[in-house]
Design a binder for this molecule. Structure first.
Ligand SMILES: O=C(CO)COP(=O)(O)O
Length: 120
């Protein structure tokens, strides 16, 4: 199962904390993590194996959106920062829209991610 992990800068520490809290599950061989660039680098530094795409503002959200549309990514954990402006907002909305189009579970905050991960 491919899970995308994405976090805005103000939420990266929470993402790393979340990953560490679920290390046993996320390290297991039936889970593959994919990530936008900078989030992926943080995850790698925390010891996770991650396939990285471009950084979000450079097209990473759009690349993950394409994987959702292609049926490759089965879950998206996206810790958004609602208090910041993002130059790539159209890409962010495209990703969320395609999760809805293809009925792919999408968590946009840690509390929902916690619920989704418990369902695996
Ligand atoms: O901008 C992002 C999501 O919209 C995240 O991108 P980075 O992981 O490269 O910071």
């Amino acid at each position: 199962m491919e899970i995308a992990i994405i976090s805005h800068d103000g939420k990266k520490a929470e993402m790393v904390q979340f990953l560490n809290e679920h290390k046993n599950l996320l390290d297991s061989k039936h889970i593959e993590l994919i990530s936008t660039g900078t989030t992926g680098t943080k995850a790698e530094k925390a010891g996770f194996k991650v396939t990285k795409v471009l950084s979000g503002p450079l097209g990473g959200d759009a690349q993950i959106a394409a994987r959702v549309a292609e049926g490759k990514t089965q879950m998206v954990l996206f810790f958004r920062d609602p208090l910041e402006k993002h130059p790539h907002e159209p890409d962010i909305f495209m990703l969320m829209r395609l999760c809805d189009v293809y009925d792919v579970p999408l968590a946009t905050n840690p509390a929902t991610a916690e619920l989704l991960i418990k369902a695996i």
